[in-house]
Ligand binder design. Structure first.
Ligand code: ADP
Length: 242
């Protein structure tokens, strides 16, 4: 409770209460397996440390919008059984010189006090895309963030998500900051089927689960949805039910 108040009062981080589960993500199998392995470590940190396993730093997830990046960040917090703190890059930016920088330091401090937790930096490219230009404050903030990631000893697991990694400085993608980078693409046929499964099973029919195989012509659904992302597939299911 104390942690909750501390986070809310700061105005820099948002505490997200989420019921999302890894099972409700269709596709992204490699990423899901990876997160499950990290969960094992997060669930027994003292033992892992004693054994010489380093504390997981975090993961960088890049790719097409609507493909489940945010979903993964939320599901990770459930999987790790830790709070999820969302850092909004926009709210970091203060009006006064130096304010943004101290906001970032403050936000990181709060996250460390709330550890173990997942710190989700959504659309990190929006925050750090002006680096290298004339924006000194942004460059300093970025430097601070990088060195924090590099030296991090706390169990703040950072999940950064980005729709477009081109605009991001390469330092961010270098080893030693995040443990791993995952790219998510539009779902292939099998993944689309898995996403349909998730969304159809979620919506119950008279309290009974829909009999997916009987009610749906999967073959044509999958054929027709080439180029759709997960969010598109969800709205196909919703519209069909309506
Ligand atoms: P992103 O963060 O990549 O832009 P989101 O995770 O916010 O995308 O996805 C938006 C919505 O679309 C999700 O809340 C979910 O309902 C649906 N969705 C997207 N990808 C998937 C997926 N792989 N499996 C199941 N649902 C998905």
């Amino acid at each position: 409770l104390q942690k909750k108040q501390m986070v809310q009062k700061s105005g820099l981080l948002e505490l997200i209460d989420t019921p999302e589960k890894l099972e409700n993500i269709g596709g992204l199998d490699a990423l899901k397996e990876y997160l499950k392995k990290k969960a094992k470590i997060m669930h027994q940190l003292p033992k892992a440390e004693k054994f010489g396993v380093s504390i997981p730093k975090g993961v960088f997830i890049v790719g097409m919008p609507g493909c489940g990046k945010s979903l993964c960040a939320k599901a990770t917090a459930s999987l790790f059984e830790t709070p999820l703190l969302k850092l909004d890059m926009g709210s970091m930016m203060g009006k006064y010189v130096g304010e943004s920088e101290s906001n970032l330091r403050k936000a990181i401090k709060i996250a460390e006090a709330a550890a173990p937790c997942v710190l989700w930096i959504d659309e990190i490219e929006k925050g750090f895309s002006g680096i290298g230009g004339h924006n000194d404050i942004l460059t300093r903030m970025f430097g601070y963030f990088l060195s924090w990631m590099q030296d991090k000893k706390s169990s703040v697991y950072v999940i950064a998500t980005a729709n477009n990694a081109d605009a991001l400085p390469p330092e961010l993608k270098r080893r030693g900051r995040f443990d791993e980078i995952f790219c998510v693409n539009l779902p292939n046929e099998e993944e689309r089927k898995a996403i349909f499964d998730v969304h159809i099973s979620k919506r119950k029919n008279n309290g009974r689960k829909r009999e997916i195989k009987k009610d749906y012509d999967f073959e044509s659904l999958i054929e027709e949805t080439d180029g759709f992302n997960g969010a598109d597939i969800e709205s196909v299911v919703n519209e069909a039910l309506e």
